[in-house]
Design a protein. Structure first.
Lengths: 296, 437
């Protein structure tokens, strides 16, 4: 096939080649244009639909967008002397949110490590079951946290544990997939070496694979920790405790407790920014710092 | 000579030993630290108290309801009227004069067969429940209480009796007798009325029969009855799913459109002015740091509940994420291609269009599509807060703590939706990026 086209191009005159090239370009442009038109139509249609199904319209709300933040800020400025006390008051709730995220990331990462190894070719304990473990990870990744959290809140009652289990469940699937991609790139020679001296599967994995992939694991786990803090704050809003729950109460109260809402906003914002910056610095160190060390 | 060779060897040995010692310490200390943290979390979350307070009964109800439904057979003890209703809901009520086929009406005796020999009689003079292996419980509810008589001996655990209320819970079903009302719950397998409610003429028809009706020109009516099913609300559910995808779609792609030009201003090689770069990076950090939760709350005050609010919340958060990712991708572009385009005399805008965009498109597109899929999941949660989409229906069904089969249905739909989006974004990624290479 390729030879034929090459031959026909050799036979063709420059004018013909030029003609073909222009035709191809036109066709490409037409397809791109059609794709763009479909996309624009979808965006516009979606915007109109969403706008009509919203309680307040987009254009009506646009000028009111700063009313709520302005109200919150005004009240906060008025009661600025209470701010330190509020920050201290909600700090335990923030700790709970962070603890939920940390414990969930930890448990999720441990589960993800085991599942990812069971689902990687060359490392799997039962090679035939690799597709099964992959599907398990897909399903765990697909289930939104809120579904599990709400069911567990019904059974276990409100509190941090349902949120932790829900986030950990999702994390196992999400990290398991990323970890198994890392595993694919790990060298299997240490594993074979360990196998030759009679190490069992867990020893082979723990001593042969984990040292190779630990920095990448850690980097992904840090990224996940950041995502999980957000998730744990949101789940608190739905009834799982922590800072989200306090935020819901403060907001639900309305004017009069906006200073508390502002304190919570501030705590949440600072936490996310700090974790984001620290984790991006640490991840950079883990992946790039390592390379430099190896090159040197 | 030998001394000189030995010295560094010794030094190397001690250093290696120290390294091993340190590694061994870390290998033991790290799991210990993790364990200590988990123990701390155990107490911080008050797990022991939680386990005590856990309601296993709720869990059992949830699981049983997810695959079965119950029909209430209710007798008004004042008027003597008997009604049959699925899940005890008005929209699941049997029309007067009709009843499920496990009920026999013989004169004024209504016999409910709970299966396995469990029979409940509603008679004018009272109610009786024949329990195999135990005996017959009978009661004459009226003035002065329930007036129940039980077989001889101590009452078993599964009968809860007081003057005004008797509850009998067996494997076959549940009977509650009060002065005003006698109620029997009969559990059956499946999701009843999933396709058609009882008031539809198509209820109880098989697929073949339905097909023949559809072919004879009733397809529209059949569809109407299914779509407007009052129990399962298929039309509303479909809309909710569309709304959820819509939130993710508008949010993700809107964010990409907003973030792309801004990313140029935050990339080192396109914005030489440090102050501009710094400003836009901080804007991205702010958008990202203010979580979707906060954006949702702020925006719902301005726009009210609905999919638009959710879409805008996703848009704002993701503009921050995309801005950061896009500017990083732009910093990694190859300068040669831009120079090449420049050498043909292209203006800056054309240089970006033909020198930069083709280089970064595959990276950006795959990131955007990945976010699209993950935002479908986020949209479920945001919908629960801002009041739109399948997330709202799910939370509402959960809060009523009654229709667990509906909750199961929604959960399955959500998971299927995420699966479909995952598959779709992967397919699109392969089509668009594979096609361009």
């Amino acid at each position: 096939m390729a030879d034929q086209t090459a031959a026909s191009i050799e036979d063709a005159s420059p004018a013909e080649i030029r003609e073909r090239y222009l035709a191809q370009t036109r066709r490409k442009r037409l397809y791109s244009g059609m794709l763009l038109a479909v996309f624009v139509a979808l965006m516009a249609g979606g915007f109109i639909t969403a706008d009509s199904r919203n309680a307040g319209g987009f254009w009506d709300g646009l000028h009111r967008i700063f009313d709520f933040p302005a109200g919150v800020i005004a009240e906060t400025v008025e009661k600025i002397d209470r701010m330190p006390a509020n920050l201290v008051k909600f700090f335990p709730a923030l700790m709970e949110t962070i603890n939920i995220a940390a414990a969930a990331t930890l448990l999720g990462a441990l589960g993800g490590i085991v599942l990812s190894m069971l689902a990687t070719r060359g490392m799997a304990r039962w090679p035939r079951l690799i597709p099964v473990f992959r599907r398990i990870m897909d399903v765990m990744r697909a289930v939104p946290e809120i579904v599990i959290a709400l069911v567990l809140i019904f059974v276990l009652g409100g509190g941090p544990v349902p949120a932790m289990i829900a986030i950990a469940f999702h994390t196992v699937g999400a990290l398991g997939k990323l970890f198994s991609e890392v595993n694919e790139n790990a060298s299997l020679k240490p594993v074979e070496g360990l196998a030759s001296v009679g190490a069992n599967w867990s020893q082979r994995m723990f001593l042969g694979v984990v040292p190779q992939v630990a920095p990448n694991y850690l980097s992904y786990a840090l990224l996940r920790f950041e995502i999980n803090i957000r998730a744990s704050a949101i789940l608190g809003f739905v009834g799982a405790g922590g800072i989200g729950y306090e935020l819901k109460n403060a907001i639900g109260w309305g004017i009069g407790r906006y200073d508390e809402a502002a304190a919570i906003f501030l705590l949440l914002f600072l936490t996310i920014v700090v974790v984001d910056q620290v984790s991006s610095y640490a991840r950079d160190l883990l992946t790039h710092g390592r390379k430099k060390e190896m090159l040197a | 000579m030998t001394l000189a060779a030995d010295m560094p060897m010794d030094g190397l040995k001690t250093r290696a030993e120290a390294l091993f010692r340190r590694k061994r310490m870390v290998a033991i200390a790290l799991p210990l630290v993790l364990l200590a943290y988990l123990v701390y979390a155990l107490f911080a979350f008050n797990v022991p108290a939680l386990l005590q307070g856990a309601s296993l009964e709720n869990g059992a109800t949830l699981i049983r309801d997810s695959y079965s439904y119950k029909t209430h057979v209710t007798r008004d003890n004042r008027s003597g009227e008997v009604t049959f209703a699925i899940e005890g809901e008005r929209k699941g009520e049997y029309a007067p004069g009709t009843h499920p086929d496990w009920v026999t009406v013989a004169g004024d005796d209504t016999i409910t067969d709970l299966g396995g020999g469990h029979l409940v009689h509603y008679r004018a003079e009272g109610v009786s429940y024949e329990i195999p292996g135990y005996g017959t419980v009978s009661a004459q509810p009226g003035n002065g209480g329930v007036n129940a008589t039980f077989p001889d001996g101590d009452l078993p655990e599964w009968i809860n009796a007081s003057k005004n209320r008797v509850t009998i819970t067996t494997d076959a079903g549940r009977v509650t007798i009060t002065r005003n009302r006698t109620e029997v719950f009969r559990y059956s397998l499946g999701w009843e009325l999933f396709f058609f409610t009882l008031d539809s003429p198509y209820h109880g028809m098989g697929p073949g029969e339905l097909l023949s009706h559809a072919l004879s020109g009733e397809a529209g009516a059949i569809w109407h009855d299914f779509w407007n099913n009052a129990m399962w609300r298929h039309g509303d559910v479909a809309w909710a799913l569309v709304e959820t995808v819509l939130m993710a779609f508008l949010g993700t792609f809107g964010a990409a459109i907003v973030a792309l030009p801004l990313a140029f201003l935050a990339a080192r090689n396109f914005a030489p002015l440090m102050a501009v770069r710094f400003t836009f990076r901080r804007i991205f950090d702010f958008l990202r740091g203010t979580d979707a939760l906060i954006w949702t709350i702020v925006l719902s005050r301005a726009f009210g509940p609905g999919p638009m609010t959710g879409a805008l919340a996703i848009l704002l958060t993701d503009t921050g994420s995309f801005g950061k990712m896009f500017s990083e991708a732009l910093e990694n572009v190859d300068g040669k291609q831009i120079e090449g385009v420049q050498s043909t005399g292209a203006k800056p805008l054309l240089r970006y269009r033909f020198g930069v965009i083709p280089q970064v498109t595959p990276v950006l597109l795959s990131q955007v599509l990945y976010f699209f899929e993950s935002n479908t999941r986020s949209a479920t949660i945001i919908g629960a807060i801002t009041g739109g989409g399948i997330g709202l229906m799910l939370t509402q069904a959960m809060i009523t703590q009654k229709d667990w089969e509906e909750v199961t249905y929604f959960i399955i739909l959500v998971i299927l939706l995420v699966f479909v989006m995952d598959w779709f974004s992967g397919w699109l990624r392969r089509k668009l990026i594979g096609g361009e290479r």
